[in-house]
Write a protein of this length. Structure first.
Length: 334
């Protein structure tokens, strides 16, 4: 069962990202929707993945991500100039090719690459033990902070701490009293911390981004999760609907911005995303093949529930680690 609190947060985060793009980056705080989604992603994975094998988990995630992504990115392959590597990167979502970190033609898809990285790490934990991917991440984190290797930058990105924060929140007991205080504190921190690192995904800049935006995002996720019973009213139905459609809103909002921008683009992105959700995304989810489903139990029931509400949004194209600006010349951009 989907938690209304988490869906409300997804709706808020989705529209924050849309606002960041709709108003030409003037709303830098909107980019924090990315950090909120990463925390939510860790929370949902830890909550819903029980009883699955690593293979079942990855198959489910692949079906959830790729069909709608491929539908969304194909028009951009014709609209935007790119290289053969750019095409491969755009279709596979793998970003590192030798000495290049390549952004897909639908540029905001860069965070799907991080989501896939999270899922691979989570699957490794299911197949072995949690210490194995954590040790790999720790090693790559150190190497990413001390070398110019793009693979270490990506695998060891400090943004992974936001995902781990969500996993930890899923393990915490919740109390409504603490939840209200945590949510208020998260909102206050979002309002006062600087947005200097809004475009950082690697190195020290990303570490500061986690401190400035990841921690407030974690407080919001914990706080609203603790306030779940307070969100049953119909006043929250629209944010929940937007949260349900957040993946579609993310993937298609920049297409809406081709003819529209500003307030019109902001509103129409939500409308178009909700339409895509009902017309395309939901049928894809319902049509998922047997190989993406969990194993049957002895009683004929499916194992763990299908993870339909994992957050898969992005916000802004990532910036480089400090001191290596010149290497950006090798990046493929949208």
């Amino acid at each position: 069962m989907k938690l209304r609190s988490i869906q409300v947060l997804r709706g808020v985060a989705a529209m924050a990202v849309v606002a960041h793009h709709a108003f030409d980056g003037d709303t830098r705080l909107g980019a924090a929707g990315v950090d909120l989604f990463f925390v939510i992603s860790g929370f949902i994975m830890a909550t819903c993945a029980g009883g699955r094998t690593a293979r079942q988990f990855l198959a489910d995630r692949a079906w959830r991500i790729y069909p709608l992504w491929l539908i969304a990115v194909l028009p951009w392959l014709f609209m935007e100039p790119t290289t053969p590597i750019g095409i491969v990167r755009s279709l596979t979502l793998w970003p590192v090719y030798g000495h290049q970190y390549v952004v897909p033609v639908l540029g905001v898809g860069w965070t799907l690459s991080f989501e896939l990285l999270f899922y691979i790490g989570f699957a490794a934990a299911l197949a072995t033990r949690a210490s194995v991917p954590l040790l790999i991440f720790g090693l790559c984190l150190v190497l990413g902070l001390t070398t110019n290797n793009f693979l270490f930058w990506f695998v060891g990105s400090p943004l992974t701490f936001e995902f781990l924060m969500g996993v930890a929140i899923a393990r915490m007991p919740t109390r409504e009293t603490f939840g209200g205080a945590a949510a208020v504190m998260g909102l206050i921190l979002f309002a006062v911390v600087p947005a200097t690192y809004f475009d950082q995904s690697f190195g020290g800049g990303a570490l500061f981004r986690v401190i400035c935006w990841g921690i407030p995002a974690g407080l919001l996720v914990y706080g609203l999760r603790a306030l779940e019973q307070r969100l049953s009213g119909r006043v929250f139905d629209l944010p929940v609907l937007i949260g349900n459609a957040s993946y579609s809103i993310y993937l298609f909002h920049q297409l809406v911005f081709k003819p529209f921008h500003g307030l019109a683009g902001f509103v129409l992105s939500a409308v178009a995303g909700i339409a895509v959700y009902f017309l395309i995304e939901l049928p894809i989810i319902r049509a998922r093949p047997g190989w993406s489903r969990g194993a049957r139990s002895s009683g004929g029931e499916r194992g763990a529930p299908h993870i339909t509400d994992a957050p898969l949004l992005a916000g802004v194209t990532p910036g480089p680690a400090e001191g290596i600006v010149e290497q950006r010349k090798g990046l493929a951009r949208n």
